[in-house]
Design a protein around this ligand. Structure first.
Ligand code: PYC
Length: 331
């Protein structure tokens, strides 16, 4: 049996985005969070088939558009990625919104603005266009906060580390320069990946963050290595590790949101401050601390992230059960 998925492929700041424009399964649930659980329970083969080799690769990431469950939202997004179905994905949202608008899949009630329901909550989008092209997308993201500070771990190959955990739509273990970590150029990509796996495992043993309003969002999934910027006009640089082998090519939207919450909590950014974040490959998002808020009892911020995406082509993908690797594989 052959399943066909019509995709628009592209990238946001260098990281892949696969908008699955045709072939999305019908999902059960009263919210995008419930639909995420339903997808994971019944349709995860679609994610692995489209994201893992041989149809995807270690960094593959994307999502589906759904009708929203909330009356004031324009669309819903369900994210797929090598590591699972993320509650929120910043670079994915920028790409999906860009490709969806450029190809008429999203019809905004108010041009230039969208309200989008994602599993982690509701986000607001402001976008700019030039002719048919979407040239910039700004996401006002879900409330972001610091979940833990100063978790002490010992990591083979780098020694003792003190880690903070912050949420920006996913939970991040944040590693700042200290002891054995002098900066990204000292490590190199292979070591960042090997060490990130160990850091994530050690932090997971020590602490499990749980979202104050949605307990299905829990656990550290990503590691953000923070560094000083390389280029003029940037405020910071990062390498964000996700899945098992990926370093985000973009500055990572949810990672940037978590970092903004982290810097704000440490008194290093105030409401209204901008933070230009460079990725591992030098691409950029502009972040901003928009407001202070609360998430339940926890102090939080509302961050925004701005970036742009480029579609690279249409891609009709078959998943055929006669193919040994119909559900994808990882090595
Ligand atoms: O941009 O939020 C993001 C993201 C998550 C994982 C990869 N990119």
């Amino acid at each position: 049996m052959r399943h066909t998925f019509f995709c628009i492929d592209g990238h946001t700041a260098g990281n892949p985005v696969r908008l699955v424009a045709g072939g999305a399964p019908l999902l059960r649930g009263q919210s995008m969070s419930e639909r995420r659980q339903d997808f994971l329970a019944r349709f995860d083969w679609i994610r692995t088939g489209l994201c893992f080799e041989p149809r995807g690769h270690d960094m593959m990431s994307g999502g589906f558009l759904y009708p929203p469950t909330l009356p004031d939202a324009d669309i819903g997004i369900l994210f797929i990625e090598t590591s699972g179905c993320l509650p929120m994905c910043g670079h994915g949202t920028i790409g999906i919104v860009t490709f969806g608008l450029e190809h008429g899949l999203i019809q905004p009630a108010t041009p230039g603005r969208l309200r989008v329901e994602v599993p982690a909550g509701v986000i607001d989008i402001a976008y700019e266009t030039a002719g048919e092209k979407v040239t910039a997308v700004r996401i006002t993201n879900v409330p972001s906060y610091v979940a833990a500070q100063g978790i002490k771990i010992g990591v083979e190959g780098i020694g003792p580390l003190s880690i903070d955990v912050a949420y920006g739509g996913n939970y991040y273990a944040i590693v700042e320069s200290q002891g054995g970590y002098a900066g990204l150029d000292d490590l190199g990509a292979d070591r960042i990946i090997a060490l990130s796996r160990r850091v994530r495992a050690a932090v997971r043993e020590a602490f499990e963050p749980v979202h104050p309003l949605d307990p299905t969002i829990r656990g550290v999934s990503h590691v953000l290595w923070a560094d000083a910027p390389r280029g003029a006009g940037a405020d910071g640089r990062n390498a964000v590790f996700y899945g098992d082998k990926a370093i985000d090519r973009s500055p990572c939207g949810t990672g940037t949101s978590a970092r903004l919450a982290h810097l704000h909590a440490g008194g290093r950014l105030a409401v209204g401050d901008r933070f230009v974040h460079e990725s591992y490959i030098g691409s950029r998002f502009t972040g901003r601390v928009e407001a202070e808020t609360r998430l339940g009892d926890t102090p939080a911020i509302i961050p925004s992230i701005e970036g742009s995406a480029i579609a690279t082509g249409f891609n009709t993908i078959w998943i055929d059960r006669a193919d040994t690797f119909w559900a994808g594989f990882q090595v």
